[in-house]
Design a protein around this ligand. Sequence first.
Ligand code: SF4
Ligand code: ZN
Length: 739
Amino acid sequence: MTGSVPRGVLAREWKESFEEIYSGAVNELSPPLKLFKKVYCGALTAVSYAKKMLNRSICRYGADYFVGYPDTEFYLPAIFALSGEKITKLGELVPILNRMRDQIKEDFSFYQARLHGEATAYAAEIIESLRYLNGTKSYAAPWSSFLGDSFVRRYGILLVDWTIPGFAVIMGRAKTLEVLKKIVQDLQDKGFMIFLSNEIAEQAMEANLKLGADFITFPFRRFTQVIHAMDFCLRTGLAFGGIEPGNRQDVRDYVRRRVRAFVLHLGKIDDIQSAAHLAAIFLGSPVITDQELLGGEQIPNWYLSHLGDDLVTVAMEVRGIKLKIVDIPVPINVSSVFEGEIIRKSDLRIEFGGGRTTAFELVKMVSGKEIEDGKIEVIGPEIDEVEEGGCLPLGIIVKIFGHKMQEIFEGVLERRIHNFINLGEGLWHTAQRDNCWLRISNKAASKGFQIYHYGELLLAKFKNDFSSIVDRVEIELITDSKLVEEKVKEAWEVYIARDERLRGLTDELVEEFYFCLVCQSIAPNHCCVITPERPGLCGAVSWLDAKASFEIDPIGPCRPIKKEGLIDEEKGIWESVNEYVYLNSNRSIKECSLYSLLARPMTSCGCFEAIMGIVPETNGVMISTRKYGGMTPCGMTFSTLAEIIGGGVQTPGFMGLARSYILSRKFIRAEGGIARIVWMPKELKEYLGERFCQRCEEEGLGTDFVEKIADETVGETAEEILAYLEKKKHPALTMDPLL
Ligand code: SF4
Ligand code: ZN
């Protein structure tokens, strides 16, 4: 992730006054009078026009008639966010518009100009909302209309963590199509979200630019629709910032800090447009235009004229947007837009792991002498030596040297391989460690993508995203099956040693847990809570890893949760955990227990190492793993189960988990712990091995407990295993009823 800003932080953590950001920009003794007068006139016009439209609608439909946008829980979002008013009826808009009219005064200070901007935003919001009366959508494709909450969930999170580096609103009219083309394509290459308004949007269509959600470039037919940019930004504050609607300061503060927006205005500027510019500034976004401003009146940092053709660069500088990734040398596009991309069997050029072959990934810290910076080596066959739809084993070994690198960071960096590879168009990666599973699509391969390019991608991303700790990187991509089998054993030793580091650390001993939001790019409401005795469900983020991640990047995806307000010790429910989970799950998960499968279990994204689920007939639970392809006593295979429980929802009775969690003393403590396990595949029994037997003994279940647990050789249905459990006198049969 390129971001260095926290997700899910409460706005109150930044307590300074928002208005301070404007101080000193304008000499109030000689303000840019011409500009502020234009803004005043523009605001007046906008509000009067809104009034006229509103009156007409009320005459026609009545004051009680419903008004609102489709697909949003935030009413008219700009108004709701700024004032907290929940508008649903036409009549309710009348006093609001009057209030805005009163807010427009013949006072030409910068402060007042911003209030004029605000009034203009309200006017635009009202005018636009009236176009949705009757439930009709007044804009047909290819034009964009109001972007619903689903868009906010999909792209908002990427904007606020700066994966999408910024948000450009382009308005006016470009001198030529070429000028516009250059600007838009430049922004698209950089991964920006783009709103095109009115004439510019028409020009963009004429120029055949790539438009629509796939390119996060939205063309709006009418000028007033520019308000939807504000609707979008403000909702990120409500949805991700945990800000109360109506908290006008905090929501603007959030938007300014997290959504790096700016306005580019091309061509002549009329009064209403000037007023709209001030609405952007009111929200903390600067405006840059290719026009000479009247009397040369600029406002440093906020309202600038730039006559050169590097408008985008200037806008980014003013907004403080730095892009680190410069052209990764791979023949495919690399962007967060591709993170959720799925590669089906029919599009498959080649795959690695996923049960067909051995695949693993490992990040290892080495000394400066053991590394050749920038070296990438493929050891074994390349992609062209394999038929279409075929597979190869794969070992990804990333050697890292850094003056500030520490061994405890290895796991954190390794976990990011997943995100990095998924950025590539036509690349797919899931799970981690020796469970990882990768695919390259036909399309990517036809563009020339080879196994070697995984190296280029990882090299660039590690250097870019972890520049504070990574100095040198060398990458080995092993596809030689003998060597992979050899090296995976070395990797196991490292994985186990990492897990062992936690030994002796209990949930009671620490003061804080961590949450991890790495997987929100794929499951936007998912949030793992990580404790010493419960690793993230991917099995690759332990409490120590999360702690290290926080150390490397204090405002990154893993952050601490103070353990406060114990509600239920048995189930593992804390007030503070609930609060964080709620805020970081887009307010979808109200309560979350850390040690229970039945009562509000943790959500599951998609990269769990294993899945557990109740088998009601046996009064116990079964666990299946990614490596086991057969049927389970739940009546579903792992992949069907994964589809049902994944995506970031709570599914009481089912849960994704890390294999090592089974060895934890906190393993579903609320339901009675490991004594509940009635079935798991042989493969898992082998993996857990001696460590599991020790745990059984500790629990007083005897070292032979593992034999009482059924596996696929006993049966794959509840009926088949029940007889076995009875014969073996499995304790689950006589425990308290699960349901
Ligand atoms: Fe983080 Fe959980 Fe995803 Fe693992 S599964 S990377 S712990 S969010
Ligand atoms: Zn995940």
